[in-house]
Design a protein around this ligand. Structure first.
Ligand code: NAI
Length: 328
């Protein structure tokens, strides 16, 4: 029998947490044969609701679920953690300036990064979901100097999955026939979903679509503004799809990308594709044996270059702002 993997989820009482925890417990994070122990981190006001969710998790009698602990102390939550899903964040409220938002999130992600640094297991893998995800990941990473920088990642898998879905709709192809889509840059409206290297049933996606106007005016804005469209339709932000993407992100990281395919992850830049070293930016990556590599050698055309640069510029501005606030 395998030793359970310790999985810490922050913001466990939130709407993504509610969609996420049941699927972690049923084996969708790591695999159908991997037992898990859950640690739920909440702020004091969220503890009671987290306890209610834990009661429901008990009631589902998941064979793989080997324990649930609930706490409002990051030092307890990340003790021995192998996987950490940082979902809880401070949302932007009306009239809030970007600096205030970054500062409020710094107050969350800096101590959590420090707690991960001091208490997590040596093989810790961190996924930041809470927005602004890339910059929150940068803050957490900076507070964890003893953890290898590549263990801190930010979620752009939801954007990646959205791009696949839109491309499938447009071409009539099955989702499973779409490969090598890339999200570049920030998980924000400036992100660039790139299909120039993507494949639809083995053929180049941009050639199959053959419509640059659709790319520029429909595809890119639909993917980039999908979050707002969901809020408009549902009256609440994406939760189940975000949870699903978080599971995909970690599952792919741990279990590897398929031959001939890649995924998109916000990771620490090594300077590839002109993205300044140290920024947490989304790249095309392959994964194997729990490690990932940026896909190298892609030709970036004149349509793509300014779009990647614009999103990276936004990331640099966010980095400079959190640096100015002393958060990194
Ligand atoms: P929510 O508001 O329903 O839940 C957030 C939970 O986090 C709350 O229960 C709150 O008490 C908790 N929390 C706040 N501060 C905390 C702290 N310091 N420690 C532990 N828990 C804390 O929000 P929802 O819908 O679950 O979304 C969570 C985050 O995910 C938001 O920041 C949202 O913008 C982001 N998101 C990111 C996506 C991505 O693609 N990267 C997609 C969708 C959402």
């Amino acid at each position: 029998t395998r030793t359970p993997v310790n999985v810490t989820v922050t913001g466990a009482a939130g709407q993504i947490g509610y969609a996420l925890l049941f699927r972690i417990a049923s084996g969708h994070l790591l695999g159908a044969d991997v037992p898990v122990k859950l640690r739920l981190l909440e702020i004091p006001q969220g503890l009671k609701a987290a306890e209610g969710t834990a009661m429901e998790l008990d009631d589902a009698a998941f064979p793989l679920l080997r324990g649930i602990e609930i706490t409002d102390d990051p030092n307890v939550a990340f003790d021995g953690a192998n996987v950490a899903l940082l979902v809880g964040a401070r949302p932007r409220t009306k009239g809030m300036e970007r600096g205030d938002l970054l500062e409020a999130n710094g107050g969350i992600f800096k101590p959590q990064g420090k707690a991960i640094n001091d208490h997590a297991a040596d093989d810790i893998k961190v996924l930041v979901v809470g927005n602004p995800a890339n910059t929150n990941a940068l803050i957490a990473r900076s507070a964890a100097p003893d953890v290898p920088a590549d263990r801190f990642t930010a979620m752009t898998r939801l954007d990646h999955n959205r791009a696949i879905a839109q491309l499938a709709k447009r071409t009539g192809a099955a989702v499973a026939d779409i490969k090598r889509v890339t999200i570049w840059g920030n998980h924000s409206a400036t992100q660039y979903p790139d299909i120039f290297h993507a494949e639809v049933a083995g053929k180049n996606a941009a050639e199959v679509v053959n419509d640059e106007q659709w790319l520029a005016e429909t595809f890119i804005p639909t993917v980039a503004k999908r979050g707002a469209a969901i809020i408009e339709a549902r009256g609440a932000s994406s939760a189940a799809s975000a949870a699903s993407a978080a599971l995909d992100h970690v599952h792919t990281w741990v279990n590897g990308t398929a031959d001939g395919d890649w995924t998109s992850m916000g990771i620490v830049s090594d300077g590839s594709y002109g993205v300044p070293e140290g920024l947490i930016s989304s790249f095309p990556v392959t994964t194997k044996d729990g490690a990932f590599e940026i896909v190298q050698g892609l030709d970036i055309n004149d349509f793509s270059r300014p779009r990647i640069d614009a999103s990276v510029k936004e990331l640099e501005e966010e980095r400079d702002a959190v640096r100015g606030l002393g958060l990194i």
